[in-house]
Design a protein around this ligand. Structure first.
Ligand SMILES: *Cc1c(COP(=O)(O)O)cnc(C)c1O
Length: 426
């Protein structure tokens, strides 16, 4: 197998004689067939082929195949956003009356999806903490529990998931571990190698990397044995009436889960990615290996600078040798974590605001993980309606500032932070 840098450039698309060197954008809703029988066989899933871009499109499929190769999975599907990826990853095996267990440190958008929207759809959720004991976590499982959800590197707290531990817990209860690998990327961590079963991505972040395109992706390891828990997963293990009684596990084997995500959920819910967006995503993937390493290398320099600065109260970044997450980082992401860190300043909310207003290169944005260095203070921005007390209850330190290091020269980033800290002090 090729090394990961080569996969970034080549996987998923191998042009033949006279074909375009770069992945072409097949901007077509539909695909032509010669006979009614040919078309019928596609609809019966008797033959693979393209018929409508809501389900499958050659450009999107090539990019999905590239991501599957990077993660080491059997298949992948692109989605319209990271939110859609996490929603569909759940809906593919959960229905009303079912239950999900999730780590509590996950991205706010996913937290709301589980806590509010999936609950409204009749799917219950229990949040657990990574510091809970195995016994406490075991107590959260119910007969109707269908999956355990977590992030490799949590957003925004950059906590490192003990993937082996949570995979073992999930498997001992007969459910898959679903891991959002957005911040780590397969360049720094491939969760399937540690026992995760399904991986999701917001491709909007490092995968695209240039702030151009909202998108998402679901990848299937093919490793979870759905048939061993057939009663728990009737959608995969019993006949689907909408496809003439076909059973996904029997027909598609290791690719049962990802095939159902396409043929059932994309067909019915339609949150597909456009071929043009997949093309931009592909350009991002072709330099992912270079960019992710540079983001991390610069972030290490910035974190070291901040840690010794007298106005800085604390820095949380897994690559710092004294960080509480550093041990797990060395195991699961030995080459480095990502470009995102959290910090707190000593001067209080007014100081924080003066500091951010004084930044010139670093911009205030709700985004993270692209080529532009950006900063966000949840207490003054995304969560400004909450009191300090309410912030703490939501697990957000009132002084927490999220800093995402871009691809500028790290010396320039440090100079800007340094000048703004000085300006805020007066
Ligand atoms: C941004 C993000 C999402 C949501 O992705 P969108 O592409 O914005 O819909 C999900 N998970 C994580 C970890 C994220 O950072």
């Amino acid at each position: 197998m090729s090394k990961i840098d080569t996969l970034c450039v080549h996987a998923g698309y191998t042009p033949g004689k006279g074909d375009p060197r770069q992945l072409p954008v097949i901007q077509s809703t539909t695909f032509k067939y010669e006979t009614s029988d040919q078309m019928g066989r596609l609809f019966d899933l008797e033959e693979s082929g393209y018929f409508y871009s809501r389900l499958q499109n050659p450009t999107c499929d090539a990019v999905a195949a590239r991501i599957a190769a990077l993660e080491g999975g059997v298949g992948a599907v692109l989605t319209s956003s990271g939110q859609a990826a996490n929603l569909l990853a759940c809906l593919n095996i959960c229905r009303a009356g079912d239950h999900i267990i999730s780590l509590n440190n996950i991205y706010g958008g996913t937290f709301n999806l589980l806590e509010v929207t999936l609950r409204q759809m009749g799917i219950d959720v229990t949040f657990i903490d990574q510091r809970n004991s195995d016994e406490e976590i075991a107590a959260a499982f119910r007969p109707g529990t269908k999956l355990l959800f977590a992030e490799t590197l949590s957003n925004p707290g950059v906590e490192v998931l003990d993937i082996e531990r949570f995979a073992a817990i999930a498997h001992s209860h007969g459910v898959p571990l679903v891991v959002d690998n957005t911040f780590a990327t397969p360049i720094h961590c491939r969760p399937f190698e540690w026992g995760a079963d399904i991986v999701t991505h917001s491709t909007t972040k490092y995968f695209d990397g240039h702030g151009t395109t909202v998108g998402g992706c679901i990848v299937d390891s093919g490793n979870f044995d759905w048939e061993a828990h057939a009663d728990r997963y009737p959608g995969l293990c019993t006949p689907d009436a909408s496809y003439h009684g076909l059973t996904y596990t029997k027909k598609f084997g290791k690719a049962a889960y990802i095939t159902k995500a396409v043929t059932h959920l994309m067909r019915d819910l339609g949150s597909c990615q456009s071929p043009q967006n997949a093309f931009y995503l592909n350009l991002g993937l072709q330099t992912l290996h270079l960019r992710v390493r540079r983001h991390n290398e610069s972030a290490r320099k910035v974190a070291a600078f901040l840690q010794q600065h007298p106005a800085v109260a604390w820095v949380r970044f897994p690559d710092l040798p004294d960080d509480p997450e550093h041990g797990k980082m060395l195991k699961y992401l030995p080459e480095g974590s990502c470009g995102v860190m959290c910090l707190g300043l000593k001067g209080g909310r007014a100081f924080d605001e003066r500091f951010m207003d004084a930044l010139r290169l670093v911009t205030i944005e709700t985004h993270v993980a692209d080529c532009y260095t950006c900063i966000l203070h949840p207490a003054s921005h995304t969560h400004r309606q909450l009191s300090d007390e309410q912030l703490r209850a939501a697990g957000i330190a009132p002084d927490l500032i999220r800093l995402s290091i871009g691809l500028e020269d790290p010396d320039d980033i440090i100079a800007d932070l340094s000048a703004a800290l000085d300006a805020a002090a007066v």
